[in-house]
Design a protein around this ligand. Structure first.
Ligand code: TRP
Length: 409
């Protein structure tokens, strides 16, 4: 099957409930098969993306002259579409732009929300490329029980957390759909809309007849930023510019649709680099949920709350009694403290040490949790300080529709 066929084939798979009560992964729901973990190999196969292998990571290191980000080294970003093409073009001296986004559904972000932004910040820094960040306040207004005004307010609040991740204002444009959609952006939405049928949308997203039409009309809004002409103040005359989208893999359906349409309206298909979900404290059956406060660590949690949540809720792969633990060691496969450390403990040697000692039963769950509490408290504290320094004027500056003359330098 050639690539084009593969993409169209994937378009016709129903992403909603599967025939055999399989795991469900779509932009609105992530749940593993009864009692199991998310099967990422299966996802790659079903979605039709590629695994991000070591040789690509080596290439990134070589091209950027920097050690790869811990999310690359640890396989947090594990899948891609056409990332090789982005690197090939970059090697030839062609730049690209980054596109990512957030649906502002809650006031406080949790650690899982930070993952794509921390990674995007790294990509921007090492490749020195422009970035557009879409705040889909419209999406959350359509899907959640939020008023237009509340969604807009949350978008601005979330923008502060995003800015706190360290983006470079000379290369970053943040926009809210409610404010920015129109003009060239809207024209691209319509170009997309007229090339996607209702059957395709139902196939990709699993919408049903009872769903309101807002849902059916939203996907082109998330597709449009993949095309440089949606941003005339940034990319005028650069219709050939490639786009790279860092995101969690649940966003893949949107971009499968986008990639199918892109060549038909004269653009490169956007490339993707996709992450695992950040697991809930209770274990790896889904992603951290903003609606269950005990399933997640928030960037607003105090040191005491972090400590309590980890000690009380973080699912342990350790054994029931100390004797048994010393004898059998921890099951690292299901252990949440080790999982979290593999996202956020930067020191490879220390992580290796913890895994070895804990896995052999020489280290106890309590010790591993203690280390995790330290690591996360530090991270959350740093974020809190950075966010407190973000003023309303800074939000306005990031969100101003303006040219970015130095974005490629
Ligand atoms: N739909 C995403 C969410 O609910 C927000 C989003 C918009 C996004 N554009 C994106 C995420 C591009 C990743 C990449 O969070």
């Amino acid at each position: 099957m050639d690539k084009k066929e593969a993409e169209v084939g994937a378009l016709q798979n129903v992403e909603g409930k599967q025939e055999e009560e399989e795991q469900v992964v779509n932009p609105w729901e992530v749940s593993a098969k009864e009692g199991g973990k998310i099967d990422y190999d299966k996802l790659i196969e079903k979605f039709g993306c590629q695994r991000l292998n070591q040789s690509l990571i080596d290439r990134v290191e070589h091209l950027t002259s920097r050690r790869a980000h811990v999310f690359l080294r640890r396989g947090v970003f594990f899948a891609h579409r056409d990332f090789t093409e982005i690197l090939d073009a970059y090697e030839r001296g062609e730049k690209f732009y980054l596109y990512t986004g957030r649906g502002p559904s809650s006031e406080a972000l949790h650690l899982g929300h930070l993952v794509p932004f921390m990674f995007t910040q790294y990509l921007q820094e090492v490749f020195k490329v422009p970035l557009v960040i879409q705040l889909t306040d419209d999406e959350k207004c359509l899907w959640k029980n939020l008023t237009v005004e509340e969604s807009r307010r949350l978008a601005r609040e979330n923008a502060k957390d995003i800015i706190a991740c360290g983006f470079d204002i000379r290369r970053t444009f943040i926009f809210s759909d409610f404010d920015y959609v129109g003009g060239a952006f809207y024209r691209n939405m319509i170009e997309v809309s007229k090339r996607v049928t209702c059957n395709q949308i139902v196939g990709i997203f699993g919408f049903v007849g009872e769903d309101h039409i807002g849902k059916y009309s939203f996907p082109p809004v998330q597709a449009a930023p993949s095309f440089p002409s949606s941003f005339p103040h940034l990319f005028s005359g650069k219709d050939n510019l490639r786009c790279l989208i860092p995101c969690a893999i649940d966003q893949d359906p949107y971009f499968r649709m986008t990639r199918d349409v892109a060549p038909r309206i004269g653009y490169h298909k956007p490339a993707l680099i996709e992450s695992l979900f950040f697991p809930a404290l209770q274990g790896e059956t889904g992603k951290m949920s903003a609606s269950d406060p005990n399933s997640a660590i928030y960037v607003t949690d105090s040191e005491k709350e972090i400590k309590n949540k980890i000690n009380k809720y973080a699912f342990s792969g350790g054994q029931d009694s100390v004797e048994k633990h010393r004898q059998l060691g921890a099951n690292l496969e299901v252990d949440i403290p080790v999982k979290y450390l593999s996202f956020f403990l930067e020191d490879d040697a220390e992580l290796g040490h913890v895994k070895e000692e804990y896995g052999a039963g020489r280290m106890l769950t309590g010790e591993v949790k203690q280390r995790l509490i330290e690591v996360l408290t530090k991270l959350v504290e740093r974020h809190r300080r950075a966010r407190a320094a973000v003023t309303d004027e800074m939000v306005d500056a990031f969100m101003a529709v303006r040219p970015l003359p130095n974005m490629f330098n």
